[in-house]
Design a protein around this ligand. Structure first.
Ligand SMILES: [Zn+2]
Length: 627
C-alpha cells in the first residue's frame, strides 16, 4: 500500500491515522456482530464461542470477549481485535482494514486521501451498486413496462412481498436507462460491471429487459447483480446471431468475487447457523423457493461452479452441505474435489433428489412438503453417485449385475477413506448379489491403476498442522490475578500492585491494564515493544471462560498467594544483598525474620493487616531491587 506507512513488528503505523481514530473505530465496532458475519457465535457465560474461522475444527475453540473487543482461538492461537479480524479474513493491511471498519461504522477518517485510492474507489462502486439496486427495484414495483416481469415472477410464486425481501428489480428494455438516470460515470460503470462505453462512445447498460436479482455480501452490501430474461424473450436472437443467455451476471469487479460469493447468504446466515445445514441451489429462484417453503437456509453460487472458496465460506456456518441440484448437474460435480473438500473442511456433503424431473422452485409451489422431505432425506455424496450407477444398471440378470460391479467400484475408488469405501463395498455386494471379497479385489485393482483417480487426495493439511496450544508455564496466582483484574475489576480495585507479580510477562500485562488503556491498546503496545509472549497471554485471558461470579474471598485468596510468592522472591533479593554486603547482617536477619513472621500471619488469623504490612514492605523495597 501507500509508502507513508512504517512497518514495525508486522504493524503498519500510518502517520495520517491517529491513535484516537483507531480507538474510535474499535469502540464503534461490535466485535460479536462483526465476527457473526463470518461464523456462528453462541453466548457462553460472559463470552461468545464458535468454530474458528482460521482453522478447520468440529468443536468450538474460538472465543470472543464482547466488552473488550477481543478474540482468541485456543486451537490455532489466532487472536486480535476488530481490526486484526478483518485483516486476516479479508487479507487487508492495517490501514485498509481500519478503513473498512470505519466505513461500516459510518466514521470518517481524517486521513491522507492519496493513501487509499483503491478503497475510495471501492466505496464509490459500492455506493453506485446500492443506488442501482434501488433503482431496478423501484422499476419492478412501479414501472408500467415491468408488468410482464411482475407477471412472470407471480407464476414462479414470487409476489410483491417476496420481491421486496429479495430486492428484486427490473432492467428496462433500453440502452442506457440506468446509466443516464443515475448519471453513472464510465469509470463507475466499468468498475461495477453495471455498464460500459460502447463503440459509438456512448454509455450502455450491461443488462436490459431482465429481471434483476441483486447479490449481496454476507453483511448485506450489494456487490453485483444477476439478470434473467423473461421466458417470452428466450428465443431472442441478437443482431450478431447469438442467442441471449438466460442468465447474465455482473463480471468480476473490485467489489465482487464470484468464487467467494454465495447468493442469499446475507439472509440465510441465521437459519444456517440455527439448523447446522446449508442448502446449495443452482439458481436464484430455487433459493427463493426454499425460503418460501420454510427453509430459509438456501444459497446459490453465482454463475460459477461450487469451488473450494465457497467451501471455505460455508464451513464457517454449517457442517452439513446439501446440494439441491438437478441430478445430472450434481452427478457432474468433480467427485474427487468434493471428497477432498469434505475432508479438508470437515463438512459432510449430501445430495437431495427431487421426485420426477422437478426442480426445487416447481416443487416448492406444487408440494412444499416433498421439498422438505428431499432435503431431509439427502444422501451422502458417495451414496448418490453409487445410486446413479446402480439405477443405470440392469439388476435383474446375473450378467447385468456383474457388469455393474466395475463402474460401482470405480465410483468407490474415488473416495479417499478406506473405511468409508469398505462399508459401501458391503452395500454394493448386497445389491449385486456378489461376494464382498470379489469386489474388494476389483477395488484394489482399480486403486492400483492410477487412471481412475482424477486428483490425488492429499491428506488434510489443515487438520494435522493445528495442535491445541498448551498453556505456557506461568505462575498460577499471577494468572488468576490478571483474570480477576480483567473480569472483575470492581472487586479488585486496588488490591493488586505491580510488585506482586514475580513473572515479568504477567507484570507487564498488569501494568498495561492499570494504565487505563483498552485491552487492544495494551496488546498493540506490547506487540510494538516486541513483547509477543505478553501480548499473546493477554489476548488469551481476555476471552477466558469465567464460569462463575467472583467473590471478595477469591480476591483475598489470590492476594495472599501472590504476596507469598512476591515476598519469597524478595527475600532472595535480601539474601543476595546480604552477601554483597549492601546490608548489615543484623538488618538483613531482622528483615528476613520480620517478613517471615508476617508471611506466617497472612496464613492464619489477621490477614488484613499482614497484607497491608507486606505490601508496604514490598513497596518500600522496590527502588533497591533493580538488578
Ligand atoms: Zn483457530
Amino acid at each position: 500500500m501507500g509508502g507513508s506507512g512504517v512497518t514495525l513488528n508486522g504493524y503498519l503505523l500510518h502517520m495520517a491515522i491517529s491513535d484516537s481514530e483507531i480507538a474510535q473505530v474499535r469502540g464503534a465496532t461490535d466485535i460479536v456482530a462483526l465476527i457473526s458475519d463470518y461464523v456462528a457465535l453462541k453466548k457462553s457465560g460472559r463470552r461468545w464461542t464458535g468454530l474458528c474461522p482460521f482453522h478447520g475444527e468440529k468443536t468450538p475453540s474460538f472465543s470472543v470477549n464482547a466488552e473488550e473487543g477481543r478474540y482468541y482461538c485456543f486451537g490455532c492461537r489466532a487472536s486480535g481485535d476488530q481490526i486484526t479480524f478483518v485483516r486476516e479474513m479479508q487479507h487487508l493491511d492495517f490501514v485498509d482494514a481500519l478503513r473498512l471498519l470505519a466505513d461500516r461504522a459510518g466514521i470518517e477518517l481524517h486521513e491522507d486521501l492519496n493513501a487509499g485510492p483503491a478503497r475510495k474507489e471501492r466505496q464509490e462502486f459500492l455506493a453506485a451498486m446500492d443506488q442501482a439496486v434501488h433503482w431496478y427495484h423501484e422499476r419492478l414495483l412501479n414501472a408500467p413496462d415491468a408488468r410482464p416481469a411482475r407477471e412472470y415472477l407471480k407464476t414462479r410464486g414470487i409476489n410483491g412481498e417476496v420481491a421486496r425481501k429479495f430486492q428484486l428489480g427490473w432492467a428496462p428494455d433500453d440502452w442506457d436507462a440506468l446509466s443516464s438516470s443515475l448519471n453513472l460515470s464510465p469509470k463507475v460503470l466499468e468498475g461495477t460491471g453495471l455498464g460500459f462505453v460502447n463503440k459509438r462512445d456512448r454509455r450502455q447498460d450491461a443488462l436490459r429487459a431482465r429481471v434483476i436479482f441483486p447479490i449481496f455480501d454476507p453483511s448485506g452490501k450489494a456487490v453485483a447483480v444477476g439478470g434473467r430474461i423473461l421466458p417470452s424473450a428466450s428465443e431472442t436472437v441478437r443482431p450478431d446471431g447469438r442467442v441471449e443467455p438466460k442468465y447474465k451476471n455482473s463480471p468480476e469487479t473490485p467489489i465482487y468475487s464470484k468464487r467467494r460469493t454465495l447468493y442469499a447468504l446475507n439472509w440465510a446466515k441465521d437459519d444456517i447457523i440455527k439448523s447446522g445445514e446449508i442448502i446449495v441451489c443452482e439458481g436464484y429462484t430455487d433459493v427463493i423457493a426454499f425460503f418460501g417453503a420454510g427453509m430459509p437456509r438456501a444459497v446459490a453460487t453465482c454463475g460459477t461452479a461450487l469451488g473450494e472458496e465457497h467451501f471455505q465460506t460455508m464451513r464457517n456456518f454449517a457442517k452439513r452441505i446439501v446440494l439441491a441440484y438437478d441430478a445430472d448437474q450434481a452427478g457432474q460435480s468433480a467427485a474427487a474435489s468434493v471428497y477432498q473438500w469434505e475432508q479438508k473442511h470437515e463438512v459432510d456433503v449430501a445430495v437431495a433428489r427431487f421426485p420426477g424431473r422437478s426442480d426445487p422452485a416447481e416443487l416448492a409451489m406444487s408440494d412444499p412438503e416433498a421439498l422438505r422431505a428431499a432435503v431431509k432425506d439427502a444422501v451422502p455424496f458417495l451414496q448418490f453417485r453409487l445410486n446413479r450407477v446402480l439405477e443405470a444398471a440392469n439388476l435383474t440378470t446375473a450378467e447385468g449385475r456383474a457388469r455393474a460391479a466395475d463402474p460401482a467400484m470405480r465410483v468407490l475408488a474415488e473416495h479417499p477413506s478406506e473405511l468409508v469405501r469398505d462399508q459401501y463395498v458391503m452395500q454394493v455386494a448386497d445389491s449385486l448379489h456378489l461376494e464382498p471379497r470379489v469386489l474388494r479385489t476389483k477395488l484394489t485393482e482399480i486403486l492400483r491403476h492410477p487412471l481412475v483417480r482424477e486428483v490425488p487426495n492429499e491428506p488434510s493439511q489443515v487438520a494435522s498442522s493445528v495442535r491445541p496450544e498448551r498453556t505456557q508455564a506461568t505462575p498460577r496466582p499471577g494468572l488468576e490475578a490478571l483474570r480477576l483484574s480483567l473480569h472483575a475489576p470492581r472487586l479488585v480495585k486496588d488490591r493488586f500492585i505491580a510488585q506482586y507479580f514475580v513473572n515479568d510477562v504477567q507484570r507487564e500485562i498488569f501494568e498495561g491494564l492499570t494504565s487505563g488503556k483498552s485491552v487492544s491498546d495494551v496488546v498493540d503496545e506490547l506487540e510494538r515493544r516486541g513483547d509477543d509472549q505478553a501480548a499473546r497471554l493477554l489476548s488469551q485471558i481476555v476471552v477466558d471462560e469465567v464460569d462463575r461470579d467472583y467473590t471478595p474471598e477469591d480476591v483475598t485468596a489470590v492476594v495472599s498467594q501472590l504476596l507469598r510468592s512476591a515476598v519469597v522472591e524478595e527475600l532472595k533479593n535480601v539474601e543476595r544483598e546480604l552477601r554483597s554486603a549492601r546490608l548489615s547482617p543484623e538488618v538483613a536477619n531482622a528483615t528476613i525474620r520480620d517478613v517471615k513472621e508476617r508471611v506466617a500471619l497472612l496464613e492464619t488469623a489477621d490477614g488484613d493487616s499482614a497484607e497491608r504490612d507486606l505490601r508496604d514492605w514490598l513497596l518500600g523495597r522496590t527502588p533497591s531491587d533493580a538488578q
